[in-house]
Ligand binder design. Structure first.
Ligand code: RFL
Ligand code: PHB
Length: 397
């Protein structure tokens, strides 16, 4: 809601999209004295009810701390020094702390979003919700602007820069002429059926489980709220999955010793997320800079989507501030290249984790044997486990 504020006529940066990327960028720019406005298509309650990511790399936690929005994260976030990988032969632990001296923090994206909203409210940053028909103009000129509707009124905001943080289905990426973009896409014939359950997590660390029936993931939000996923074919409909059917299938895919400990509870959310990969290059065009899912989607297996959105924000904030303070636009010119280097590394890891852990329909026996061997190699070698730990906990910016 745009409570007592009026829509500004001019700001330095218009941020399209009030997801985690847009909100964090706004907070960081505001703290450095750059004025901005956020235009969000949905209502605030809608944005705050979306259940998505759960795992934050140390770099993401550090950014939230530097942005002064980590109090609740530090109080309630669960620091994990490892995770379990399992298959029909049992399970083993990837000890992040021992292998690479790092950890991850389990703290829901919903909570990150709430914390950022509260901080931006106290900063007085204008956030326009339910902004319809957002259009970007003059992105390859020195005078870009953004127009939108709200109710029956039309608005236009002039700016120096536009940050396209409007996710995969947003308008920013499509504002770059098709001839100036290159897109890479790969979809999978399966998705993840996810359930949020009011029950204690089955284990105090995440379990990534590979089974002949398909992949399963046991995650969590807090000591009383669990998040579970199972791989399902794209043809499945979430409504066809009763709670009983879900729990039975999940148990079959977890090692027996773990399945025996599974406590079920009231299912408070259930949905199917497609598994896909997508990269659009470059991440900038003229005065428009894309961040997060607006430019790339990774499969959730490596828990990288939100973290990549935050690393983009790191590079973009750094470049905008340099230009603002000294007029030096060199970092802005390199933004796409800097951000994409990390995007491709995370993409590689997410694909590798996906191929390692899922049951790939139509895989030949040869391909299955290679997959088994890859899994065993990780289990049995320090280097294999260290490679996973290094990527999972987050590569340096
Ligand atoms: P978002 O979160 O999609 O936010 C974009 C915002 O832009 C708004 N918008 C518009 N606003 C104005 N005008 C328009 N025309 C607009 N079009 C769209 C949208 O309403 C929205 O508010 O993108 P952002 O900020 O780049 O953040 C990306 C992350 O949300 C995403 O990458 C992660 O959720 C991915 N992800 C995970 N990432 C992790 O790092 N760790 C995880 O553990 C993890 N688990 C997951 C995930 C994603 C999942 N799903 C649902 C695909 C688990 C799942 C199941
Ligand atoms: C989650 O808790 O939602 C989650 C955790 C790890 C992943 C993906 C999703 O790899």
């Amino acid at each position: 809601m745009l409570s007592n504020q009026v829509v500004p006529k001019r700001v330095r940066v218009v941020i399209v999209g009030g997801g985690p990327a847009g909100l964090l960028l706004a907070r960081k720019l505001t703290r450095d004295g750059m004025d901005c406005v956020i235009l969000e298509r949905r209502s605030r309650p809608y944005v705050l009810s979306r259940i998505r990511a759960g795992v934050l790399e140390q770099g993401s936690v550090d950014q939230l701390r530097e942005a002064g929005v980590s109090q609740r994260l530090h109080e309630e976030g669960l620091v994990h020094g490892g995770c379990l990988l399992s298959d029909e032969n049992g399970h083993f632990r990837i000890d992040f702390a021992e292998l690479v001296g790092k950890s991850v923090t389990v703290y829901g994206q919903t909570e990150v979003t709430r914390d950022l909203y509260e901080a931006l409210d106290s900063d007085g940053v204008p956030i326009v919700h339910e902004a319809g028909n957002v259009r970007l103009h003059g992105i390859d000129t020195a005078n870009p602007s953004v127009t939108f509707d709200r109710g029956r009124l039309n608005y236009s905001i002039a700016c120096n820069f536009i940050a396209g943080c409007d996710g995969f289905h947003g308008v920013s990426r499509e504002s770059i002429p098709a001839g100036a973009r290159k897109q890479f896409e790969k979809s999978y014939p399966f998705g993840w059926l996810g359930v949020l359950s009011e029950s204690p997590p089955v284990n105090d660390e995440l379990i990534y489980s590979r089974s002949g029936r398909g992949f399963a993931l046991a995650s969590m939000r807090n000591p009383l709220l669990s998040r579970y996923y199972i791989q399902v074919p794209n043809s499945e409909n979430a409504d066809d999955w009763s709670a009983d059917r879900f729990w039975t299938e999940l148990r079959r895919r977890l090692p027996d010793s773990i399945a025996e400990c599974l406590e079920t509870g009231k299912v408070v959310e259930k949905s199917i997320a497609p598994i896909r990969t997508f990269v659009s290059e470059p991440m900038s065009f003229g005065r428009l800079f894309l961040c997060g899912d607006a430019s790339h989607i990774v499969p959730p297996t490596g828990a990288k989507g939100l973290n990549l959105a935050f690393s983009d924000v790191h590079y973009l904030h750094d470049a905008l501030i340099e230009e603002y303070r000294s007029g030096d636009g060199r970092k802005l010119k390199c933004y796409s290249e800097s951000a994409l280097a990390r995007v491709w590394k995370s993409m590689r890891f997410s694909l590798w984790m996906t191929n390692l852990l899922h049951r790939i329909p139509d895989a030949s026996e040869f391909e299955r044997r290679i997959q088994d061997t890859e899994f065993t190699h990780i289990r049995d070698t320090v280097n294999g486990r260290a490679l996973l730990a290094e990527n999972y906990t987050g590569l340096p910016y």
